[in-house]
Design a protein around this ligand. Structure first.
Ligand code: 3HC
Ligand code: NAI
Length: 707
């Protein structure tokens, strides 16, 4: 008979084995009713003389994927997860966790508190708390190292990446992989075998194989700290993870638990964690778009791409990896051969890194075909154009697509800046034309801006979102304007950097301040990486329409005129050679900057790193507010997701709009107003920002109002 302990956990006993079944869709998050159900259920099974062993198992798609993140920030409700874990561990009878799906965070900590673990072969286990600015807070930092040692434990906790069942078995954190899909039967069988062997309760807190070699354990912790100094500077939780794991080898279990609890609570209250939790939910909310309320996606079974250059090839790889057949069209045989080679190069590199086999590559390339004739695209349901950034070339390609594609097929452009309304209007089917703005490298970068022109049909927009999901991308809905969301913001904050450079900061000061904020590279390092010629071409294109009030800094053009395009020419803002492959400051660049200042009668002044950061961020935030106000982005969170996934904005800052809320919108506005005295055009505050400050509201209030 099945008994409900709470309405999320039930108990039934079959031949002496008590099954505690968790049922809290969609991911069995460990909300209060699950915690209470587990604690009471284990207690009851432990006390029941008819029970010999306990199995904790979950219904639906997964064993718990963690604590219930929606509870964070609210008053905590008992029983607390670490206590539930202790109750499980203290059960006098063997407790077995039966895992499937993704046993993550608190879910995996429940499993580690059980005495034995069995898993379906497809299970993945992990401790992803670091991705939320947290650390495992229910004993994970103390129990896992006791079984697996410092290396594997820190791998899991510092990368946040889950591992598959076979690896989990190898490092000892699961004990058995089920050889049937019937996990309940497999766990019952495992329990009986354990009982037959006389195995009893086996508290993880008393295991010590992982901490036996204390010297090696502590050396591992030290090495990880040194790595973090390079990779995670400014972040809190990764360093605390190492401290807590180290405590597992140095202090008794109860003390380690206390340390973990204190560290967890400190992280939970931090802005870093608030930023990362915001990012987690924001990335799931961008798919909530008005069109999805009524429209359904069109069927997408066969894809096409026009152009096999940097973007076309990357897009083709992303498409092929989703399992769909792909046709690539290029302008001649030579370009097609290059496009195909660009695609194959990605897979070859994966093979050399051991990420795929030759057979995998053959299977994938079996779905790829190339042509120089547009008729080859005839059977495609969706085609992405990625040819040169030139309106006439694009229109010629769309005329061909219009000619060969069946009615109802989707025609997409990967243009960075061109007017998609104009491209759509050049076809006989503007309702089927949409922007799919991928980022380079398109097979790696998660962001996909879905650019919605005026005349596109709702079901085409929904189809684009369905495709994004299929490709594993994070989609953001954007309106048509110069640069859409991301590149429009980039143009503005890069200009803020150029103004500071001309007024007195060196590019090296600016890069250092922006890196200190948490970006992996500063703006001038990024220009050198991408190639100064690309932004030079964009500036030339915009020259004719540039507003006369806009201040223009010539320094970047001065560099380009000398052929200093960055890494690919060995010289840009930095010098790249054998001595400094990552670049070193160039005194001649500083001379050029000085000469420009002299020419414009600018007396250079000092900029502190804080001022550099504040101006750079304020320019970004102000433009983000304008983008939201104009309806180019649906909500502030869409701006955050764009910058986080396409422009390397530090995740632990939550995105520019979240950062603005945490800094205080009034602070940002008063800075903008002060700087407007020196350049009223550039620093003009967004009307939305002014309204929010006047009303005492936040950008996040707009997110909430929209969902
Ligand atoms: N708490 C609350 N809601 C959660 C959740 C959680 N831990 N995990 C996922 N959800 C919600 C999502 O917000 C989403 O809601 P929506 O449908 O309303 O948008 C829904 O569950 C489905 O999630 P996904 O769309 O992400 O589904 P996927 O199948 O793509 O991915 C997953 C599933 C791999 C489990 C992914 O959701 C995930 O990574 N979740 C977070 C896991 C995590 O970070 N766990 C650690 C939590 S912190 C913790 O445990 C602290 C402890 O140490 C004390
Ligand atoms: P690229 O120059 O590397 O590739 C363009 C390819 O298009 C070339 O292989 C060329 O042979 C082919 N081509 C040109 N005319 C063609 C035609 N009529 N028919 C078939 N093929 C033709 O350019 P890249 O960088 O791949 O850019 C392509 C598009 O993607 C542009 O619109 C660009 O603005 C956009 N984009 C570029 C990004 C980047 O970082 N490079 C990022 C996001 C978008």
């Amino acid at each position: 008979m099945t008994e409900r302990i709470t309405n999320k956990v039930s108990l039934d006993i079959e031949d002496g084995i008590a099954f505690l079944t968790i049922d809290n869709p969609p991911v069995n998050a460990l909300g209060q009713l699950v915690r209470q159900g587990l604690a009471e259920g284990v207690q009851r099974a432990g006390d029941d003389p008819a029970v010999q062993a306990v199995v904790i198992i979950a219904r639906g798609r997964t064993f718990p994927a963690g604590a219930d993140i929606t509870e964070f920030g609210k008053p905590p409700l008992e029983p607390f997860l670490p206590d539930v874990c202790q109750t499980i561990e203290d059960c006098p009878k063997p407790v077995i966790a039966a895992l499937h799906g993704t046993a993550l965070g608190g879910g995996f900590e429940i499993a580690l508190s059980a005495h034995y673990r069995i898993a379906l072969p497809s299970t993945r286990v992990g401790l992803p708390e670091v991705n939320l600015g947290l650390l495992p807070g229910a004993g994970g930092t103390q129990r896992m190292p006791r079984i697996a040692g410092a290396g594997p434990a820190l791998d899991l906790m510092l990368t946040g990446k889950p591992i598959k069942a076979p690896r989990a078995l190898e490092i000892g954190v699961i004990d058995e992989i089920a050889d049937t899909d019937d996990l309940r039967a497999a766990s019952a069988d495992y329990a009986r075998r354990l009982l037959a062997q006389g195995a009893g309760a086996r508290p993880t807190s008393q295991r010590a194989e992982g901490i036996a070699d204390k010297h090696a354990f502590l050396a591992e912790c030290q090495a990880r700290r040194a790595q973090l100094e390079r990779r995670a500077r400014g972040q809190k939780s990764p360093f605390m993870i190492v401290d807590c794991v180290q405590a597992a080898a140095e202090t008794p279990f109860a003390e380690g638990m206390k340390k973990e609890r204190a560290a967890f609570m400190e992280c939970l209250g931090s802005d870093q964690s608030k930023g990362m939790i915001h990012a987690f939910f924001a990335e799931r909310q961008t798919a909530r778009i008005p069109e999805a309320k009524t429209a359904r996606p069109r069927a997408i079974d066969r894809l096409g791409v026009v152009g096999g250059g940097t973007m076309g090839a990357g897009i083709a790889v992303a498409m092929l990896q989703s399992g769909l057949p792909v046709v690539m069209v290029e302008r001649d045989d030579e370009s097609l051969a290059r496009g195909r080679a660009n695609v194959e190069r990605v897979f070859d590199r994966n093979i050399s890194k051991g990420r795929m086999t030759d057979a995998d590559k053959s299977a994938i390339m079996g779905r790829f075909s190339g042509a120089t004739d547009y008729d080859a695209l005839e059977g495609c349901d969706l085609v992405v154009e990625a040819v040169f950034e030139d309106m006439d070339v694009k229109k010629a390609v769309f005329a061909e697509l219009d000619r060969v594609l069946r009615p109802g097929a989707v025609l997409a452009t990967n243009t960075s800046y061109l007017d998609i309304d104009e491209i759509a209007a050049s076809t006989a089917r503007p309702q089927d034309v949409i922007g799919l703005h991928f980022f380079s490298p398109a097979n790696i970068m998660k962001l996909l801006e879905i650019v919605v022109p005026a005349r596109v049909a709702d079901d085409v927009v929904v189809t684009a979102f369905a495709l994004a999901k299929r490709l594993g991308k994070v989609p953001v809905r954007a309106g048509v304007c110069d640069g859409f969301i991301g590149n429009r913001m980039l143009a503005v904050y890069r200009r803020a950097a150029d103004y500071m450079m001309e007024d007195g900061a060196s590019p090296y000061d600016i890069d250092a301040a922006i890196r200190d904020f948490g970006f992996p590279m500063g703006p001038y390092q990024v220009v050198d990486l991408a190639g100064g010629d690309i932004s030079w071409a964009a500036r030339k294109r915009r020259a004719a329409t540039r507003p006369p009030e806009e201040r223009y800094v010539d320094i970047p053009d001065q560099l380009c005129k000398r052929g200093w395009f960055g890494q690919k020419t060995g010289r840009g803002y930095y010098i790249y050679d054998d001595k400094s492959p990552r670049g070193r400051p160039d005194p001649e660049v500083l001379d050029i900057i000085d000469a420009e200042r002299a020419r414009k009668n600018i007396t250079p002044r000092a900029f502190s790193p804080d001022e550099i950061r504040d101006r750079y961020l304020a320019a970004m935030i102000n433009e983000g507010c304008k983008i939201v106000d104009e309806g180019i982005a649906l909500r502030p969170l869409d701006v955050d997701v764009t910058l986080l996934n396409g422009y390397a904005f530090p995740r632990w800052r939550g995105g520019p709009m979240k950062y603005a809320d945490m800094t205080g919108l009034d602070v940002i506005l008063s800075n903008l107003r002060a700087w407007a005295a020196e350049d009223a055009y550039f620093w003009r505050p967004s009307p939305l920002l002014e309204r929010l400050v006047a009303e005492g509201r936040s950008l996040d209030d707009l997110n909430k109002a929209a969902t």
